[in-house]
Design a protein around this ligand. Structure first.
Ligand code: NAP
Length: 314
């Protein structure tokens, strides 16, 4: 018996994947969505989302992603809390392996996202969304006249520290060494800002606070040279130590940049393999916003639809 060949399989279920699912489903392509290890994507680890258009009073990240999913399901997208283990992109139909199951598909939309690197502390995951954030653009607004810390010494840390001064009363950059790796211009901009100070040779050993009772109240800092520890009060901690694209499945199968992000066309979502498209943070090193990811998910579905029209399988 010949196995059914899907029109579109979407891998990943953040704003990019689920928007692609809405568009593909409304084009009668009956997409299957494999949601992966973090159904709903990075927004499910935030609390309030206030910058997604259409929600004037804000919305909780997990709730918003449930709405995205429901909207896709309304048009008969099928979503599965399953993880893709392997793909074979050598010929069409492509093969997608999920546990014991093998799926054949004419096109694939990859929206596996990127994960913010975190410090890996238990207290950090407990307080994520309750004073701890990995996205200053998303959450800075909640820290008006508050004292915040930012961890990292790269361009992101400098940029986010500078951005946070629009809201916070003070911003302390916590860096594990005594020099930044950020570009000179970004360093200068941060260091010349009167609201920013730097705590050199320091690492956060733990974060203090109760998520059910006011959230983060401070951190325990460790001097990386002497090993000495001290407590510091603060209202927010922003982690800006880089992102990792979730592209391991595609290494050696698609063209990636040196950091592992999938390369797409300048003004489309085509990857290096015809019929495979990428959308959202897996191909975006610059904007990384829910709304830009959703926009590129829409583009990927439209690109897939056009591709299917022009490249029918015999
Ligand atoms: P990055 O350049 O890799 O810097 C990461 C920083 O985090 C480093 O200073 C690193 O310290 C620190 N770090 C890493 N792991 C840590 C840990 N476990 N604990 C404490 N600190 C840790 O990452 P990025 O700043 O996100 O930048 C990524 C890329 O995007 C770069 O190429 C950057 O130039 C670019 N970018 C550009 C702009 C812009 O031009 N507007 C803005 C943002 C990002 P060490 O220095 O000690 O390793």
């Amino acid at each position: 018996m010949t196995k059914k060949i899907q029109k579109v399989i979407i891998i990943g279920s953040g704003p990019a994947g689920l928007t692609a699912a809405i568009y593909a489903a409304r084009a009668n392509l009956n997409p299957l969505v494999f949601e992966g290890l973090q159904p709903g994507g990075q927004l499910t680890i935030t609390t309030d989302v206030e910058n997604y258009p259409g929600f004037p009073d804000g919305i909780m990240g997990p709730e918003m992603m449930d709405l995205f999913r429901k909207q896709a399901q309304r048009f008969d997208a099928e979503t599965f809390y399953l993880t893709v283990d392997k793909v074979d992109l050598t010929e069409r139909p492509f093969k997608v392996y999920v546990g014991e199951e093998l799926y054949h598909t004419e096109t694939i939309i990859i929206s596996t996202g990127a994960s913010a690197q975190l410090l890996g502390l238990e207290s950090e995951s407990k307080l994520m969304g309750y004073g701890v954030s990995a996205c200053a653009t998303c959450d800075g607004f909640f820290f008006k006249e508050k004292k915040v810390l930012i961890v990292g010494g790269g361009d992101s840390a400098m940029e986010e520290a500078t951005f946070l001064t629009k809201f916070a009363s003070s911003v302390s950059i916590i860096h594990r060494r005594d020099e930044f790796r950020a570009s000179k211009i970004m360093q200068d901009r941060a260091l010349n800002n009167p609201k920013i100070d730097v705590i050199w040779n320091a690492a956060i050993e733990s974060m203090i606070g109760d998520p059910q009772n006011g959230g983060l109240t401070g951190v325990v800092l460790k001097n990386t040279l002497s090993g000495e520890t001290s407590e510091m009060e603060c209202d927010g901690v922003f982690i800006a130590i880089g992102h990792t694209p979730n592209s391991d499945l595609f290494r050696g199968k698609l063209d990636l940049d040196e950091k592992g992000y999938i390369l797409t066309g300048a003004d489309n979502t085509h990857t290096s393999v015809e019929g495979v498209f990428a959308a959202g943070d897996i191909q975006d090193t610059v904007y990384r916003q829910a709304v830009t990811a959703a926009g590129s998910g829409c583009k990927a579905a439209l690109d897939a639809e056009h591709f299917l029209e022009n490249n029918p399988l015999d």
